[in-house]
Design a protein around this ligand. Structure first.
Ligand code: SF4
Length: 316
């Protein structure tokens, strides 16, 4: 029986970013340095495959510090943590390692700098996301207002419109954020904005790569987790860029191939917390059903690399 032809269009860059790579290395090096168990507060990155691989090596994932024994090392996740968390770890004398992505830390420092200059902070982001909780937790309660939508931007009442500054979550839709920012800048022309977008290079590049293939695809799969902000944004970007049939899958085994009937060009990308092995699994699963041709579309090369924390750098 001849198999139907299927062209796989692989978006590049896709998958792991430098911040995720560093966070995983921190847990692995901590396991080497201190032995198991190493505790990790929250999912180190939003991907079950990654979390389960680290659990198999001896990492223990917990929700809060009070689940960490006094004698065990603890790692904070790539999304960043409110200031109260390292303060509590220090109070208890816990050995702690911070895997916060340096690009998230940069936003934290900007928030502190602007707040110290007397400005009220507006944070464009999604309520409840760990990065947003961490960023808001850099400043005292009430010092940061969260803006999630254009409607929020229209409705926000400033006590002192001349003294506002804006920051954003790093993993948002570039296009949606530009629209929200435009509303805020129209309403508050004196508002300070960062010189460069807070949306990180990895989020921006993965969205551009999806835009480059979306209009050529009958369907597009994003490998990633439902709680991964940058992965969810890739699904939206694909739909907005002309590929209506775009959806998120966590593993190849989750794909409902009946949804792809009649598809001859299938786009594939992966969120910044999804390892390449998950893409390879999908390609293999497609080969079992189709006569597959693979075409990679690269919009840019990435060479970003972040150093490990001082405590672990010597082991790298
Ligand atoms: S997605 Fe961006 S901000 Fe988040 S860990 Fe990766 S590089 Fe850092």
């Amino acid at each position: 029986m001849t198999r139907p032809a299927l062209t796989l269009l692989l978006a590049a860059p896709r998958g792991f970013c430098a911040g995720v790579d560093r966070a995983i290395q921190i847990v692995e090096k901590a396991l080497e340095a201190y032995g198991a168990p190493v505790y990790v507060r929250h999912e180190i990155v939003h991907n079950r495959y990654v979390v389960q691989s680290l659990e198999a090596k001896g990492a223990v994932f917990v929700d809060e510090l009070d689940q960490v024994p006094d004698t065990a090392p603890v790692v904070f996740s790539a999304h960043g943590v409110p200031k109260a968390v390292p303060a509590e770890a220090a109070r208890r004398g816990l050995m702690h390692l911070d895997a916060t992505c340096p690009l998230v830390t940069k936003v934290h420092r900007e928030a502190e700098r602007q707040s110290a200059a007397g400005r009220h902070m507006l944070l464009i982001g999604h309520a409840g996301h760990p990065e947003v909780i961490g960023t808001m937790g850099q400043l005292p309660a009430g010092a940061v207002s969260l803006i999630e939508t254009k409607a929020d931007a229209e409705a926000f009442e400033a006590v002192d419109p001349a003294n506002l500054a804006c920051i954003t979550q790093t993993t948002l839709s570039v296009d949606d954020t530009a629209e929200i920012l435009a509303v805020l800048q129209r309403r508050f022309p004196a508002m300070q904005v960062p010189k460069r977008e807070d949306i990180c290079y990895a989020t921006t590049n993965r969205q551009q790569a999806v835009k480059a293939i979306a209009a050529r695809c009958d369907a597009l799969l994003v490998l990633g987790a439902p709680n991964s902000s940058n992965s969810m944004r890739l699904v939206e970007v694909a739909r907005n860029a002309g590929c209506e049939l775009a959806f998120l899958v966590q593993r190849a085994r989750d794909i409902d191939w009946s949804r792809l009937e009649g598809v001859t060009r299938l786009g594939i990308t992966a969120g910044a917390s999804a390892p390449e092995i998950l893409v390879e699994e999908v390609i293999e699963a497609a080969r079992a059903r189709y006569d597959v041709t693979v075409e990679e579309v690269t919009v840019t090369q990435e060479s970003v690399h972040f150093k490990l924390p001082r405590q672990l750098a010597a082991m790298a």
